[in-house]
Design a protein around this ligand. Structure first.
Ligand code: 1CP
Length: 326
């Protein structure tokens, strides 16, 4: 068991370190602070997984794209929309530029060995499509029309951006494994915006390429894929990408997924983060229904999306107790 965004603004000890760091990119690139924030939820709850504290947008940052997080507005990037923008990105320097993040991985790895040796360290990256959404749009959003529009209007250019991201993401994930990450997760938060033909081309295909390339170098590191809002395409994603675990979003019926995804592939998910905000009987009922649906299968208890800032930390503690004791 672990929870997406288990480190973050709902924790007072996170807010204290965040204030000390000043801005979010500084927090992600200061190993001492990022390692501390990664370990905070482990100390509080004893989760089975510690997810590296970083962000999927650190790959565009490492490629040289301008990135900042405006207070209350989310990420702002200098949009990449033409070949000049693409040419300004430098995939060769990726491992050097992410050196502080790899140092965080080494520190967390040492910290877990000392404090919580049974907790697995999970490294991650965004999947190329979701990262491209932010790179082209230049900001967060709901429909990423500029990015999806570019994929139709100039598939050559969009394809070049995707190939660059496949290469950079592969190098980045392998470097995390070499620094001590024991499992890797690919977040494709906006995969569900695509119609099936585009989903196959921009989600399944690049994800399979990354999984194959990472496996060649790290055959034993488990890989979790999260194609959010994939809907009926979830089983196809599970079978064709080669991931060992598929993460279900909140909208997925876990009983359907248990029947549709082959048993050799583990499932992860998918409690509604708002049930954790509510707590009490509602939280307990949802958690029990999920556990019952997953009985007898390899399963990683998690949420269907990240914890939100209004979550009371004691509701997370109650959830951990319930999942542990059944
Ligand atoms: O302190 C703050 O104000 C920053 C809030 C925050 C946090 C805590 C951001 C900005 N990123 C993170 C950490 C983070 N992000 C982690 C590690 C911590 C953990 O899970 O415990 C991970 C794995 C992510 C991944 C991430 N970042 C995703 C994929 C998962 C998802 O939520 O769908 C995405 C889409 C992002 C982009 C991003 N980073 C931050 C924000 C506010 C956003 C969303 C922007 C938007 O689209 O509006």
């Amino acid at each position: 068991m672990w929870l997406m965004r288990q480190a973050g603004r709902y924790l007072p000890e996170y807010r204290a370190i965040r204030a000390e760091a000043g801005d979010f990119v500084t927090l992600c690139t200061t190993p001492e602070l990022a390692a501390e924030v990664t370990l905070q939820p482990i100390r509080r709850y004893g989760m089975d997984g510690a997810i590296l504290f970083s962000d999927i947008l650190m790959v565009p940052w490492a490629l040289g794209q301008g990135l900042r997080f405006a207070e209350g507005e989310g990420p702002i990037l200098d949009p990449v929309r033409d070949s000049a923008g693409l040419a300004a990105l430098n995939p060769r320097q990726i491992v050097a530029r992410v050196a502080p993040i790899l140092e965080t991985v080494r520190r967390v790895s040492a910290g877990l060995a000392a404090e919580s040796p049974r907790t697995a360290l999970i490294g991650f990256a965004g999947s190329p499509f979701t990262v491209a959404c932010y790179m082209v749009e230049g900001r967060g959003g709901r429909d990423f029309a500029a990015a999806r529009g570019l994929a139709y209007a100039d598939p050559m250019l969009f394809g070049r951006l995707m190939r660059l991201l496949v290469e950079a993401t592969t190098e980045y994930l392998c470097a995390q494994a070499e620094a001590g990450a024991e499992a890797l997760m690919l977040f494709d938060s906006w995969a569900g915006l695509l119609p099936p033909s585009q989903f196959r081309r921009w989600v399944i295909e690049p994800t399979s390429q990354i999984v194959r390339a990472v496996r060649r170098r790290h055959p034993l590191v488990p890989i979790i894929g999260f194609p959010r809002l994939a809907g009926a395409l979830l089983p196809e994603y599970a079978q064709r990408t080669g991931v060992g675990t598929v993460a279900m979003d909140t909208a997925t019926d876990p009983r359907w997924a248990a029947a549709a995804v082959p048993r050799e592939i583990a499932l992860q998910g998918n409690l509604d983060p708002l049930a954790v905000v509510a707590g009490g009987a509602a939280l307990e009922a949802e958690a029990r229904t999920l556990l019952a649906a997953m009985r007898g299968r390899p399963f990683i208890f998690n949420l269907g999306h990240g914890l939100v800032p209004p979550t009371p930390p004691e509701h997370v503690a109650a959830l951990v107790r319930l999942v542990r004791t059944g």
